[in-house]
Design a protein around this ligand. Structure first.
Ligand code: PRX
Length: 629
């Protein structure tokens, strides 16, 4: 089919178009209205329809492929590998659901999942979906303060966690961080369900903490019927960073999300029932939600959950998995590929990769060198795709399930169906011409699968995303971009204070707040600086209360380590700045606004930009001097 026609149909007649896509999932009760856009920018899809994500991911495959693989949990950290068929997954999810019900979880209640990449994490997500509870998965790399903020916002009645994860052969304890987070939080969850992997000794708190293995033993024959949910009921909340220090809870629906995933699995990811999908992300990120857990299962595919790094025991590990499980579609991030590129290619050439049909990469800009290298090594199409936690599925890519359109180096592709993408001039609010830089914006309604609102804060949703342009209510992605004359887009970085470290989205404000809590710090600026391997790294410039402390190299080193330790402890090592420099003054405008973009430019060896409003130009010299130390 011609993609242009397909795309135009999605924009011009969205209701007819999405009604067709909605047939890809099972509905208990048919919807009465495809789209309710009576209160823009809020969009309700498939109003009145009743369905269930867990039913579509698990139960509906029981008839045709009960014994086929559904979930393949591989850990190169604990050297374990276990395949669950759809029937076994169905059983485990019902056991987990029964435990949740026994712990008092009701429809609409939030359940926070703070877990390593183990099968039980997927059971917990699917169990929530089954009983209509709302999951809030928090990335295992986040530490106590990040976790506490999310506990207070989501107010979960139950937390599901584990003793520890493992990374690079070392146990990474979860339980102590969780205990600390609950102590920090104002809101107190009633129960904590803990998977004991035997990696780190745990102290269970009487009355609150429940051991998963014992609870499971009580529910071996559990049969928990699916709770049918109205399409616009809430399925989950996933927090993401923005301009403020407070992460936003991206809230998603049930029916629209299920349809968007089923549709994107068919049209973009080209996955078929019975095949194996391998996404190397983490359940704590949106890619893990959409394309480790729900998407592949909804498409009837086996999905791989992988705990480990791409290079342990050696850089051939992922490719050995592709060979062993005949993976047809793989999804990763550019940073991972850049890491692999540093290792001898023989390690991947050892394996039979003939099952693999394409590799999808997302989460950060894909540079041409990395893209060309991996394309040559694998001999399959490399499909870049651009999207956000907020949208849940690709905004830009090429939909090869519709038409085998060519990719273009450096571009994530063209606008995906359902997304009415525009490039807008930030100052005038006018549409940009071809190859003219502007903000990537989307005209509402957003297609099914995108965020419904900011959890608990409709106003923040409208204000943050839909109030950035002069003439029209448009959704802002907060990314700069250009569109070429053929409709291919190029993404040129964020317009806000969000940085992207190895495909992980982090807010510089959150890192600044954390650093400021160190007793010796009086002020700090954090910027994202270009990095060959990770895309960007965070670099901090801090003013000390007692500058003498950093006068000697030893003093400065010790303080830098202490500041990093604060970030590790509060936010997690994922947010740790690569460097902390101490300066006497930070570049600011006369009205006191930090000139982060100028600091970033200096760090990257570029011109500091427009400095007409700077309060004291010598502050820039201080940044330069700090960098030369
Ligand atoms: O800046 C864009 C960048 O990552 C942001 C979204 O991150 P997150 O919410 O974690 O969702 C990731 C979903 C894949 C975007 O605003 N980004 C994401 N994909 C790409 C990208 N930048 C360039 N190219 C991409 N393919």
């Amino acid at each position: 089919m011609n993609y242009q026609k397909f795309y135009q149909a999605s924009i011009q007649e969205p209701e007819t178009f999405w009604a067709e896509q909605a047939r890809l999932i099972d509905w208990k009760v048919p919807y009465t209205q495809v789209l309710d856009h009576s209160k823009p920018p809020f969009a309700k899809w498939f109003v009145g329809g009743e369905t269930n994500l867990c039913y579509n991911a698990v139960d509906r495959w029981l008839e045709t492929q009960a014994d086929k693989a559904a979930l393949i949990a591989i850990s190169t950290e604990t050297n374990s590998e276990k395949t669950y068929s759809f029937a076994e997954l169905h059983t485990e999810v019902q056991r987990m659901a029964a435990i949740m019900l026994s712990l008092g979880v009701k429809q609409g209640d939030r359940v926070l999942i703070y877990m390593p990449m183990i099968a039980e994490a997927a059971f917990a997500m699917l169990a929530c979906a089954r009983i209509g509870a709302v999951h809030s998965v928090v990335f295992g790399g986040f530490a106590s303060k990040s976790l506490a903020t999310r506990i207070d916002d989501a107010k979960p009645v139950l937390v599901v966690s584990a003793d520890a994860g493992m990374r690079g052969g070392k146990a990474v304890p979860y339980k102590p961080l969780l205990d600390e987070a609950i102590a920090l939080a104002e809101y107190q969850p009633q129960h904590v369900l803990l998977v004991n992997r035997g990696l780190d000794a745990m102290k269970l708190q009487q009355g609150r903490d429940v051991d998963y293995a014992s609870a499971r033993a009580q529910h071996m024959d559990a049969q928990v019927p699916v709770t049918w949910l109205e399409s616009n009921a809430m399925s989950y909340v996933l927090y993401t960073s923005g301009t403020t220090g407070k992460p936003k809870g991206v809230q998603r629906d049930v029916g629209g999300y299920a349809v968007a995933l089923a549709s994107s699995m068919k049209n973009i990811f080209c996955g078929n029932p019975g095949e194996t999908y391998f996404a190397t992300s983490d359940i704590g990120w949106v890619v893990g939600h959409s394309y480790i857990v729900y998407g592949p299962l909804i498409a009837g595919m086996a999905t791989i959950m992988y705990e480990g790094t791409p290079i342990r025991p050696d850089a051939g590990i992922w490719w050995s998995i592709v060979e062993k499980y005949k993976v047809t579609r793989m999804f990763s991030a550019p940073t991972a590929i850049r890491v692999l590129k540093k290792h001898p290619p023989e390690l991947m050439r050892k394996y039979d990769l003939s099952s693999l049909k394409s590799l999808f990469l997302a989460g950060e800009p894909l540079d041409e060198t990395t893209s060309s290298w991996i394309a040559e090594e694998l001999g399959v199409p490399i499909i870049d795709n651009y999207w956000q936690t907020e949208t849940g599925w690709p905004i830009l890519s090429v939909a090869r399930g519709v038409e085998a359109k060519a990719t273009r180096l450096g571009s994530p592709g063209v606008a995906m169906y359902g997304y009415n993408v525009h490039i807008i001039n930030e100052a005038t609010g006018e549409e940009c011409g071809p190859n003219e830089k502007g903000v990537v914006a989307i005209k509402g309604p957003l297609p099914p699968g995108c965020m419904q609102t900011v959890y608990g804060d409709d106003q923040r949703f409208v204000q943050t995303y839909w109030s950035n342009f002069a003439h029209e209510q448009l959704y802002s992605t907060f990314d700069w971009g250009i569109r070429d004359a053929d409709g291919y887009y190029f993404i040129l970085g964020r317009t806000d204070d969000v940085i992207n470290v190895a495909g992980h989205r982090l807010g510089t404000r959150e890192i600044e707040e954390s650093i400021s809590s160190h007793p010796e710090i009086s002020e700090v600026a954090v910027v994202g600086v270009e990095d060959k391997l990770k895309g960007q790294v965070a670099v901090a410039f801090a003013i000390l209360k007692h500058p003498a402390l950093a006068e000697t190299p030893e003093g400065s080193k010790a303080l830098e380590a202490a500041v990093m330790a604060v970030v590790d402890k509060q936010l997690g090592a994922v947010a740790r700045p690569a460097r902390v420099h101490f300066v006497g003054m930070l570049p600011k405008t006369r009205s006191g606004k930090l000139l982060r973009r100028s600091i970033q430019a200096i760090c990257e060896g570029r011109d500091a930009g427009d400095l007409t409003t700077i309060e004291d130009p010598s502050s820039l010299q201080q940044i330069k001097a700090a960098l030369s130390h």
